[in-house]
Design a protein around this ligand. Structure first.
Ligand SMILES: [Zn+2]
Length: 71
């Protein structure tokens, strides 16, 4: 019996142990983190810079999570 949990981004069931769990895919993972970053920027410094979000998403898609762009 495979245990699953809904993807936080699109609610699609994701099997535990999946490569990108709890997200169904790298894109959903990046989208979720991108929106979280957007919230962080909104409360601290106004509108989120779209370029930074895109850069972060690109980094996530490439798997370089340790190398974040410096703001
Ligand atoms: Zn998803």
């Amino acid at each position: 019996m495979t245990r699953t949990a809904p993807c936080p981004s699109c609610r699609k069931p994701v099997a535990k142990g999946h490569e990108t769990f709890p997200f169904c895919c790298q894109r959903c993972r990046a989208v979720d983190l991108g929106s979280w970053l957007g919230e962080a920027y909104r409360v601290s410094e106004g509108p989120p810079p779209a370029e930074l979000e895109e850069a972060v998403i690109q980094q996530l898609l490439e798997g370089n999570e340790d190398e974040w762009p410096s703001a």
